[in-house]
Design a binder for this molecule. Structure first.
Ligand SMILES: Cc1cc2nc3c(=O)[nH]c(=O)nc-3n(C[C@H](O)[C@H](O)[C@H](O)COP(=O)(O)O)c2cc1C
Length: 306
């Protein structure tokens, strides 16, 4: 029997026992999956995006299946910061799994305020800042595609929290390296790559768009090669860890991200079709590495021959 590889990774002060989390918005707030998945098996749980106040999200239809993926324009519905603290945080007292809370805002002040509120919550291990949601009118992607606004948001959040800070980058930028570097310079502890890709689908009979919001974000296997390229490019210019995501359905997909330069990965859309994917990915990565006598995930990181 081969020895188990060392799967541990660190993001700032956050220690994960393995490099696998779930992508924000695809795993609820955690409790929804507790009967289906051993939550403590995960490296971390990343929850659906939260802003200061409760938010209802977009009109339906909000999702549409495409070949090789799905479109969504959910529009970030959520209970607001205090709602999350009251309704969801107590549930995690019975678990050891680290919690990454994904935050967003309509204004820079919103981002700053929500970071401040969560900074006092000991059960929260890290914040992931969504500056790249393609589906909200204000904020969202605007902050993720203009590097000056991007810096303003990262600075504003960094000042308000001592927790590890992960910045979630938009894929639809001319040069991902510019944003990855800006995040690092503004004191982020990691970046996550990538959010869903702005996209659209039309019903040819009604000639209406398939989503009420007209456009949405494409996720799933269709975007994996885009995400791999972005991770590879960003990894060349930053020292902080990258959490890679986009179409991870198997251990092999996850390993591809690590080899491209990611330190950790997140399983997203795949959890909708099979909630056990995330655990299968962890176990499969361990097995693959053990069979090749790769002693740690750190050893495999960024080993692409390109
Ligand atoms: C239904 C749905 C909801 C999402 N909600 C969020 C969110 O609240 N915050 C966020 O940063 N990303 C959100 N995302 C983006 C995912 O976290 C992830 O970046 C993207 O889907 C790519 O990974 P995947 O192809 O494995 O799904 C959402 C994606 C989907 C499909």
């Amino acid at each position: 029997m081969n020895e188990k590889p060392d799967m541990r990774i660190k993001i700032g002060s956050l220690e994960m026992k393995n490099p696998v989390t779930v992508a924000s918005g695809t795993f609820g707030y955690g409790p929804e999956y507790a009967d289906l998945v051993d939550l403590d098996r995960l490296g971390a749980i990343t929850v659906k995006g939260i802003c200061t106040e409760p938010h209802v999200g977009n009109s339906t239809p909000r999702t549409f299946e495409t070949s090789g993926g799905m479109l969504n324009a959910i529009g970030l519905p959520g209970p607001g910061a205090q709602g999350f603290i009251k309704k969801y945080l107590p549930f995690f007292e019975n678990y050891r799994v680290p919690l990454i809370v994904n935050i967003w805002g309509k204004t820079v002040e919103d981002y700053s305020r929500v970071a401040e509120i969560f900074n006092d919550q000991a059960r929260i291990s890290a914040l992931e800042v969504n500056v790249s949601c393609p589906n909200v009118k204000e904020g969202g992607a605007l902050y993720g595609t203009d590097v000056n606004l991007f810096r303003t948001v990262v600075d504003a959040v960094r000042i308000k929290t001592q927790k590890p800070l992960i910045i979630k980058l938009a894929p639809n930028v001319a040069d991902i390296k510019v944003f990855a570097r800006a995040a690092e310079e503004c004191g982020a502890d990691a970046v996550s790559i990538m959010n869903s890709y702005p996209a659209m689908a039309i019903d040819i009979e009604t000639r209406k768009t398939q989503l009420a919001n007209r456009t949405g974000g494409l996720s799933g296997p269709a975007i994996k090669p885009i995400a791999i390229k972005l991770v590879w490019e960003a990894a060349k210019v930053i020292k902080i860890p990258i959490i890679g995501m986009g179409g991870i359905y198997s251990p092999e997909d996850a390993l591809e991200f690590i080899i491209a330069g990611a330190s950790a990965v997140a399983v997203g859309t795949a959890s909708f079709t099979d909630p056990s994917t995330v655990v299968r990915v962890i176990e499969g990565m361990e097995k693959w590495m053990a069979a090749r006598k790769i002693s740690s995930v750190a050893e495999l990181k960024g080993t692409v021959q390109a």
